[in-house]
Design a protein around this ligand. Structure first.
Ligand code: PEP
Ligand code: MG
Length: 883
């Protein structure tokens, strides 16, 4: 079996086999871009390594040696040859790019002899010593698992206060390398390997092992990348950016990854190698500076960058090295970007004729649209706030939180419900869990391509990086603001603005995002470029999608927001949510504890005008669009007080004695309320409740219609399990409708339907559809009842299920297509078998989750309904379902 491919043997279509990086360098090689020669060990080899209990697959080592031979011939150097040593880098590269998650070893092949050879050959002993120092450091950290901070510590001690790493002499660097080896010996208990082949074998093994390392696994869990993909291993001839002032190394994006602006964006360091740029050892220079420092190289570089962008028809994130004035491209991949940048770039590229609209729609993950809706720092509040320092605006939004310097602690404290901001000199892959847990990430060093920035952008998390005025003292748990006497302590509040890059002391008020301001009429659409891109992009989604998108909204205010986000109706109005407004709850409680139907009707009469008013408000806002209103659903005890004092107060208010009220409340107690007296069962025992609600709905509709508002009420009966339940409730609704229509003279066009949220309803959907004119799948309850997992208690054990991979996702978040999905599919099919024009939708939480939305499209639902803020996500997901 072929486990090893030379760069000259691969191409872009081989991502699965070679990983993203391997396919990228192969494709660049193929298109004639200068790439240092090398080869890729396949992802299949990685999987086979695990399948064989962490043993190299048969033939892998032999093929590696053979490929190495070819490379030796290409570059005229020999691996391990003291006179003319070939050095290589060893890097991971999975199919999905996982920035910083996997490990890189540089300068592999160095030992005492080859080091001397390198010094002679380059006539530069300092360079050779530096290369050796780096190799020992990276190998020690990555391959042998020694804590990287120990090496960093030695380096900073050696540099002292005012020298940079470039100021260290050859002798000092050799001394440092020796110290590193001693640390390795002590920590890992092994001698540093001298044999280059042994080094190579160990490095390949380390890359394989890192695939199952904690940070890679954490990362894949967040992004739902399967463990079975495996990683490739890229072995590539070293080129050196640290050979003097005509050498450099850098990273760049072909467009600005934070804003989407069409400009070459990146950073480089002169006389530096590999990780220096990303790790922020020295502050890198912006790529525009390269135009002045090395105009010819810059010209060539920008041409290659544009060429790669056109070739891949997408923004590229490239790594390059300049060795003695010669440009080498080390990597290219599609660049990660913020949601804002993703939309702008997609729209711009359509306008440039580079991609079509459908491709543009595929390029943006639905959740990324959230970033347009993220809060910003209130400008007026910012005027008066204390500005501590300014860094690079690297991740969207604004966030307040307490300073935490340690990622483990950030994770722990956030778990406790605290809002924390992770503040670090720089971040590293092992900090990932702490970054995920924080409201925002703030770093003192590193540019927009630093680890912190890349990860934050991807998480859609607020981030300010490279905030050079912050001096972070981990030992003291303090942050000193340079040039001031301000010292921030662990636990202090700060506010971070990911749009401007400012860091403020304390909690500074935040406010709505630009798009929200436009939507609310607080800003003119033409004053917001963001809004323009946002709406253009979404209008393309609307052109292709077939699934309708409605919102779950209970009040006129929610309905208004939903409509502005593009909702095409209301898919669920939970009437009871309005019971808690003002002092309505009193009348509701009166109704619940009433002894006789007369008493109950008296209490209901108080609620009716209030409900009617709410419905009128909603119909008004949704003029011309359907509004689904559900009759009372939750268990009644949810509306009653439980504390002694509150019960006493209520008894007093109602003029009944405490013991009687207590007995009432006790009588309503259920062992399992979610499967108890709720849903249509309430209206079956107390038909006057359904009656009152129906009257409120139809009176509201009649009043609105008389005022010229187009109303389309859809009355929905919850928790039906048998058609008889729906028949009985439906009879009430239809009777009241007739009465109100006769009384008002308004003919109202309405539908009667049901929720499908009990498995039995899905199984008998054909019968239920003889009465129901529409179905709305209540997948919250349907999931609860199909899994037999209480939606209120599952939080205790479900995370474990997901962590241990018993379940891929939390089924209350992502629809379980295999199980619950079958009931949905069956419900639609059986329902339509007796009523072909049955309207179907979903109103459980899944209605705004992209994968679930796509499923709804596939089973032929007419619409999804979700919370107002997720409407835009659903619009895009529905479009992607078609593509
Ligand atoms: C459902 O069960 O999915 C639903 C929408 O109803 P509720 O969440 O109000 O029970
Ligand atoms: Mg329900």
């Amino acid at each position: 079996k072929k486990w090893v491919y030379l760069f000259t043997e691969g191409n872009a279509s081989m991502r699965d086999l070679l990983g993203g990086k391997g396919a990228g360098v192969a494709e660049m090689t193929r298109t004639g871009v200068p790439v240092p020669p090398g080869f890729t060990i396949t992802t299949e080899a990685c999987n086979e390594y695990y399948a064989r209990g962490k043993q190299f697959p048969e033939g892998l080592w032999e093929q590696t040696l053979a490929a190495l031979k070819v490379i030796e011939e290409q570059v005229g150097k020999k691996f391990g040859d003291p006179d003319n040593p070939l050095l290589v880098s060893v890097r991971s590269g999975a199919r999905e790019s996982m920035p910083g998650m996997m490990d890189t070893v540089l300068n592999l092949g160095l030992n005492k002899e080859t080091l001397a050879g390198l010094a002679r050959l380059t006539n530069n002993p300092r360079f050779a010593a530096d290369a050796y120092r780096r190799f020992v450091q990276l190998f020690g950290k990555i391959v042998l698992g020694v804590d990287g901070e120990k090496f960093e510590h030695v380096m900073s001690e050696a540099k002292g206060r005012d020298r940079q790493d470039t100021d260290l002499t050859a002798e000092e660097l050799m001394q440092i390398a020796e110290t590193f080896k001693a640390i390795i010996k002590e920590d890992a208990g092994v001698d540093f390997p001298e044999d280059p082949y042994e080094q190579l074998r160990m490095a390949i093994t380390a890359v394989f092992n890192s695939w199952m390392g904690r940070r890679a696994v954490d990362y894949r869990r967040v992004y739902k990348i399967p463990d079975t993909l495996g990683t490739g291993v890229n072995v590539q001839t070293m080129v050196f950016g640290n050979m003097g002032n005509d050498s450099a190394t850098g990273v760049a994006f072909t467009r600005n990854p934070a804003t989407g602006a069409d400009e070459l964006y990146g950073e480089y360091l002169v006389n530096a190698q590999g990780e220096d740029v990303v790790a922020g050892i020295r502050t890198p220079k912006p790529i525009s500076k390269l135009r002045e420092e090395m105009p010819e190289v810059y010209e060539q570089f920008s041409q290659i960058a544009k060429m790669l962008e056109r070739h891949y028809k997408d923004v590229q994130d490239v790594e390059f090295t300049i060795e003695r004035g010669k440009l080498w491209m080390l990597q290219t991949r599609n660049g990660k970007r913020t949601g804002m940048a993703a939309v702008k770039i997609a729209v711009d590229m359509v306008n440039e004729g580079l991609i079509d609209k459908r491709t543009a729609l595929r390029r943006v993950q639905p959740e990324m649209l959230n970033q347009f809706l993220f809060p910003i720092v209130n400008p007026a509040a910012a005027e008066h706030a204390t500005r501590l320092a300014r860094g690079l605006a690297a991740g969207p939004g604004a966030a307040q939180g307490r300073i935490v310097l340690d990622p483990d602690e950030a994770a722990a404290r956030s778990e406790q419900g605290e809002r924390v901001i992770l503040v670090r000199t720089e971040t590293a892959p092992e900090d990932f869990h702490g970054m995920v847990a924080s409201q925002a990430i703030l770093t003192a060093r590193g540019g927009l391509t630093s680890h912190a920035a890349v990860v934050a952008r991807q998480l859609g998390k607020c981030c300010v990086c490279g905030c050079g005025d912050l001096e972070i003292d981990y030992k003291a748990g303090a942050v000193h603001v340079h040039g001031t006497d301000v010292i921030l302590k662990d636990g202090d509040w700060i506010t971070v603005d990911g749009h401007s890059g400012w860091v403020y002391a304390g909690q500074v008020e935040t406010q709505e995002a630009e798009v929200i301001q436009v939507i609310r009429g607080q800003m003119k659409p033409e004053d917001s470029k963001l809004y323009g891109y946002f709406t253009t992009f979404l209008s393309w989604a609307d052109e292709v999608r077939r699934l309708g998108v409605r919102a779950n909204a209970d009040t006129p205010t929610d309905a208004r927001v939903a409509r502005l986000f593009g909702a095409e109706g209301i898919g669920l109005c939970r009437t009871e949510h309005m019971f808690f407004e003002g002092d309505r709850i009193d009348a509701v409680r009166e109704m619940i504890v009433a002894d006789t139907p007369e008493d109950r009707r008296r209490a209901l009469a108080k609620i009716e005008p209030l409900q009617q008013g709410d419905f009128e408000g909603i119909f008004e806002v949704m003029d011309g669009l359907p509004v689904t209103i559900r009759t009372l659903d939750p268990p009644l005890h949810e509306f009653l007080p439980h504390g002694d004092r509150e019960i006493e107060e209520l008894a007093h208010k109602m003029g009944i004695d405490v013991a009687t009220l207590k007995a009432k409340i006790e009588g309503l107690r259920e062992a399992n309320p979610m499967l108890g007296f709720r849903g249509c069962r309430l209206g079956i025992e107390y038909p006057e409740i359904t009656e009152m609600q129906a009257r409120a709905i139809f009176h509201a509709a009649a009043n609105c219609q008389a005022r010229g508002i187009k109303v389309h009420p859809e009355i929905m009966i919850p928790l039906v399990g048998d058609v008889s339940e729906l028949r009985m409730q439906g009879d009430i609704v239809r009777r009241v409708a007739d009465e109100v229509m006769a009384e008002t003279g308004q003919k109202i066009d309405y539908l009667l339907g049901t929720m499908i949220e009990v498995p039995r309803a899905a199984l008998t959907a054909d019968k239920i559809a003889t009465i129901a004119e529409f179905f709305s799948f209540g997948t919250n309850d349907l999931t609860q009842m199909t899994f037999g997992m209480s939606r209120d208690d599952a939080g205790r054990f479900l995370p474990l299920y997901v962590e241990r991979k018993l379940l891929k996702d939390d089924p209350f978040e992502v629809l379980d297509q295999e199980g619950v999905g079958q009931l949905v599919r069956m419900g639609v099919e059986r329902g339509r078998s007796t009523r072909p024009d049955l309207k179907t939708g979903i109103c459980g939480e899944h209605g705004g989750e992209p994968e679930s939305v796509k499923f709804c499209h596939r089973v032929g639902l007419n619409y999804v309904s979700c919370s107002p803020y997720r409407v835009v996500i659903a619009r895009l997901a529905a479009a992607q379902a078609v593509l």
